[in-house]
Design a protein around this ligand. Structure first.
Ligand code: PLP
Length: 422
């Protein structure tokens, strides 16, 4: 199978057939670079494992919502899992079919619900009774019917970082397992709602299959109880969450993951049910890097710092979750400077502004570094903190590099602001 699109050729790190040095010259740094081949390969791993089942892939847009990324997946046949009106506008912009959009999220506003209802989305993934009532009111007012799935919290431990674990009782997500049957009865009695499915999403960066099997068993138990109550469940949405390798993690391969779940479903007599997967990270995470330049080296008594031109506003994951990103030199020097232990930090005025700690690197000012595994939750979480324009984004396809988001200008950052009147 396709391994990584990021390889050294003649001591220079390439993405597909393009040297990263060329991209830095052409587009500047910091720069996000994605590989179309890697996006395609990850999608195909899901699609091939789904063949022979009624299983579908709904890409979780929040992982990377660039229009070019969405377009690549739409062309491959993906549906989309969205969590805001903004994401709805993005997927409609690239021409996604409304019946291939599911709307998730705990805090959908009335305006967002209205927009999704007007668009005709496949279903709303509902996370609370209050939300169910609001959606019913909106649908009734518009004299329409909203298709719904209830997100059930199966109370399983996904064994991931507390900030990205979502399937425990203590999390804000989903309807408690013990309350789900009653919630379905409430929904079934609402004239302007049509129950179409059930969903769960137990967390992110999950590197074991066992928690999914536990969740699946609980959801199947619930489906059987609901169908005994006369409530038909046409699709089962397993959410996303499959982890990727950032460092030394050993997540199951996409094909193994999907195959194990689908086989388990078939063994339990649900082999012909419509199944949805909502992968985000596992489709895009290892298809992107953040390219950054070393501005200064600052040796110290306790620590050496390499100060680079990408900061926590560009890549928030280390500051936010102590996340690890491999930091690799773009050029392997013929006569390398002596290697030293560095904290690789950004220019933002926060001590939490770091990309990597205690990394052994042989660096000179001006060197380029690639922060690997930066395709997911990276650009989408970037900000303008310190009035820093957000990075440009490029998608590589073989020998070609397409600019898919222009670098922001400083003027754009305050164009919507105004001074008080004189
Ligand atoms: C974030 C999210 C996903 C995607 O999670 P990944 O870990 O990126 O695969 C899928 N479904 C829902 C409801 C989500 O909130």
């Amino acid at each position: 199978m396709f391994d990584t699109p990021f390889q050294y050729i003649n001591d220079t790190l390439h993405v597909e057939d393009v040297p990263l040095t060329t991209l830095a010259e052409q587009f500047g740094t910091p720069l996000y670079v994605y590989s179309r081949a890697a996006l395609t390969s990850a999608y195909q791993a899901y699609a091939h494992a789904c063949a022979g089942y009624q299983a579908k892939i709904y890409y979780a847009v929040k992982a990377n919502s660039n229009l070019a990324v969405l377009d690549v997946f739409a062309r491959l046949g993906a549906g989309f899992d969205i969590v805001s009106g903004g994401e709805l506008a993005r997927v409609l912009k690239i021409g996604a079919r409304a019946d291939k959009i599911v709307f998730s999220g705990v805090g959908k506003s009335a305006a967002e619900m209205q927009a999704a209802l007007n668009a005709g989305v496949k279903c709303f993934n509902i996370e609370s009774l209050a939300e169910l009532h609001r959606l019913h009111d909106i649908a009734a007012h518009a004299n329409q019917t909203a298709r719904v799935s209830l997100r059930v919290n199966p109370d399983v431990d996904a064994k991931t970082h507390p900030y990205i674990s979502t399937g425990l009782k203590s999390n804000k997500f989903g309807i408690a397992f013990d309350e789900a049957r009653a919630a379905y009865r409430t929904a079934a009695a609402m004239k302007h709602l049509e129950i179409v499915g059930i969903d769960c999403h137990i967390g992110s960066q999950i590197t074991e299959i066992a928690p999914y099997l536990d969740a699946l068993d609980k959801i199947l138990e619930l489906i059987e109880a609901l169908e005994a109550d006369g409530i038909q469940i046409s699709h089962l949405d397993m959410g996303g969450g499959l982890g990727i390798r950032y460092d030394a993690e050993t997540p199951p391969a996409i094909s193994t993951f999907v195959h194990t779940l689908l086989t388990h479903l078939a063994e339990r007599g649900h082999g012909s049910r419509e199944i949805l997967f909502e992968p985000g990270r596992s489709l895009v995470g290892n298809a992107g890097i953040l390219l950054t330049k070393v501005e200064y080296l600052k040796p110290g008594a306790d620590k050496n710092f390499a100060i680079v031109d990408a900061g926590m506003n560009d890549l928030a994951r280390p500051a936010m979750y102590q996340a690890y990103h491999d930091l690799a030199p773009v050029l392997k020097h013929r006569n390398p400077p002596p290697a030293a232990l560095y904290d690789v930090v950004g220019p933002v005025c926060e001590s939490g502004d770091w990309l990597g700690r205690d990394r052994t690197l042989a660096l000179k000012p001006g060197d380029l570094l690639a922060a690997h595994s930066a395709g997911a939750y990276s650009f989408t979480m970037s900000s303008n903190y310190n009035t820093r324009p957000r990075a440009a984004e490029v998608m590589v396809e073989g020998k070609q590099a397409h600019l898919v988001r222009a670098r922001e200008t400083v003027e754009q950052l305050f164009a919507a602001e105004m001074k008080l009147p004189d």
